[in-house]
Write a protein that binds this ligand. Structure first.
Ligand SMILES: [Zn+2]
Length: 567
């Protein structure tokens, strides 16, 4: 019985414990529910507040709109005080897509300079070609030109050679030079064979030849090319002249082509203006001079009458080369070639560092400014002989003198007019044959160079110092079997002429040193081989010619330098 009571008590205790646990669990549930209800109440309260705020904002906005509308009505009613516009507002138009040529030209470096140009090897009378190549290298960046020409360049071996040569010149390593012979031979093979002849030629003819090949590229055929070629090359290098005509009755203007275009703008020596240094503007003004044209049928007023003509440029190329016309015919016939003998006009030109062609441009009046980049100078009396050098403008506002493989720092003065050497003598650096200008380029400083470079006068100044091949012995000009040639007569003539000059010199107020006679100069009796030394002008049938040549050289020994190439 006792055990049953104990069991019952235990069961009651168990029930009691279960009940207590359930109660506490129920209480905690109720507590959680209360917390939840509080949170919901708070949230609801916040939402109510938000709603009140939004309603207030809405009312405010409605009030603003209403008051703005009221103000607007007032402005409309007020008297108009705004100014009347004189011109219509310019219409905003979408930029027109550029044509490929304009796009290529727009990407052209406007102030291209290499650090220092490399020299170009001369393997025999090619100084004219080298000087012009330096002019190209100072104006054309091969890294730009190659890609913009694309297939036109890559399909033409000669253009590829040209670009690689410009690239070699651009690299500018000290005391380095590049070999142009492959390119020059290639030009002579596809172009005019005179450029492969180891004979001095006119530098401007070489410039024309290169530009013709650049223009026609893979389809270039010597002597049979259409008048114009690749549009980019045309825009880059071609210059077209034209004449404007103004009707005297109705003032209507038109213009005519008077040439098919050239790769240079040719400047002529002005008549009746001797002993003057001419600027390009001087020469252009003479070229442009207006004239009267009679028997003119006007397109506008259909009347026969007269017109005033004026000469100018129909287009402005990005790189403009000026040629200074220096060929003059003597009227004498060269017995060897049967052609008229040519002499050089040596009028003085000093090109402007910065040039504005606005006055001479017929169509384009916007981009008319040019900057000097290079000049090609010719030393000597015959453009197809003598020596060509180039002065080019490269990095750091610096002028470099490029004399074939030799490149030296120089100055603007030397490029334009020449310098005095340390002994006060004018360095013979010839006459300007070509000037290269770049459109829109930054003009080189016209201030004197910060460290002026004095050019030292040396006798061998214009002689080749780095020959690639052993010099070939000069061909004897005289035929030893020629019965008309008399060495004794030549010597006698020279001696007599010198005696006469010495006599005249004695009569001058300040006696000058006696000019050495032939016997002083040549102790040994004159041999046949020595006659060659008298120069290329010597000719057996014109025995006075070598006398004159020799005699004039003696009087002005400084001019020896100019004949470095001939000897
Ligand atoms: Zn008219």
């Amino acid at each position: 019985m006792a055990t049953s009571i104990q069991h019952l008590q235990a069961a009651i205790k168990q029930k009691n414990d279960d009940f207590t646990r359930n109660i506490s669990s129920a209480r905690s549930l109720i507590k959680e529910a209360k917390n939840l209800r509080n949170a919901i109440n708070q949230e609801a309260h916040a939402l109510e507040e938000k709603q009140t705020q939004l309603l207030a904002q809405k009312r405010k906005a409605e009030e603003d709109v209403a008051s703005a509308a009221a103000k607007k009505r007032k402005i409309v009613l007020a008297p108009v005080k705004t100014k009347v516009r004189k011109f219509a507002r310019p219409k905003k138009s979408k930029p027109k897509p550029m044509n490929p040529v304009d796009e290529a030209l727009a990407s052209m470096p406007k102030d291209y300079r290499s650090p220092r140009p490399n020299g170009i090897l001369n393997k025999g009378n090619m100084c004219y070609a080298n000087a012009v190549l330096q002019g190209f290298a100072a104006t054309l960046d091969p890294d730009w030109l190659g890609p913009v020409l694309g297939d036109h360049a890559s399909d033409c071996k000669v253009i590829e050679g040209f670009l690689s040569l410009l690239d070699q010149i651009k690299r500018g390593e000290k005391e380095a030079f590049c070999d142009p012979s492959k390119f020059q031979n290639a030009v002579a093979v596809i172009g005019d064979p005179i450029f492969g002849g180891m004979k001095q030629e006119d530098a401007t003819e070489w410039l024309r030849q290169i530009n013709e090949i650049l223009a026609h590229g893979p389809s270039y055929t010597y002597g049979r090319n259409p008048p114009t070629g690749n549009p980019l090359i045309e825009a880059l290098l071609r210059v077209n002249e034209g004449t404007t005509r103004q009707c005297r009755s109705c003032k209507n203007e038109d213009w005519i082509n008077n040439d098919t275009g050239d790769w240079m703008l040719t400047m002529y020596e002005p008549r009746n203006v001797p002993n003057k240094t001419h600027s390009i503007n001087d020469l252009l003004a003479i070229k442009a001079e207006s004239e009267m044209l009679e028997d003119y049928k006007c397109e506008a007023c259909h009347q026969m009458g007269s017109a005033r003509t004026w000469h100018g440029l129909r287009n402005l190329p990005e790189i403009l080369a000026f040629k200074f016309h220096r060929t003059d015919l003597t009227g004498e016939v060269n017995p060897e070639t049967q052609a008229l003998k040519e002499v050089k006009k040596d009028y003085k030109v000093e090109p402007e560092v910065a040039l504005n062609l606005a006055e001479y441009s017929i169509n384009d009046k916007t981009r008319t400014k040019y900057s000097l980049r290079a000049v090609v100078r010719h030393i000597g009396t015959d453009l197809k002989a003598g020596h060509y050098i180039a002065y080019v403008h490269h990095e750091g506002h610096k002028w470099w003198k490029c004399d074939d493989s030799r490149v030296r720092a120089s100055s603007l003065n030397a490029a334009l007019s020449g310098l005095l050497d340390k002994k006060g003598r004018l360095v013979n650096n010839g006459d300007i044959a070509i000037a290269f200008y770049q459109r829109d380029g930054v003009p080189p400083s016209s201030e004197p160079d910060s460290e002026p470079v004095e050019e030292e006068y040396v006798e061998e100044e214009y002689m080749e110092v780095e020959p690639a091949q052993p010099p070939t012995p000069p061909k004897p000009i005289f035929d030893e079997g020629d019965p008309n040639f008399d060495v004794a007569a030549v010597l006698k003539y020279v001696d007599n002429a010198l005696q006469n000059v010495n006599r005249e010199l004695q009569e001058v107020e300040t006696p000058l040193p006696r000019i050495p006679r032939t016997s002083d100069v040549m102790q040994a009796p004159l041999q046949m081989t020595d006659v060659v030394f008298l120069g290329p002008r010597a000719h057996a049938r014109h025995w006075y010619d070598p006398c004159w040549w020799f005699f004039s050289r003696l009087i002005n020994m400084e001019n020896w330098a100019a004949y470095g190439d001939d000897i």
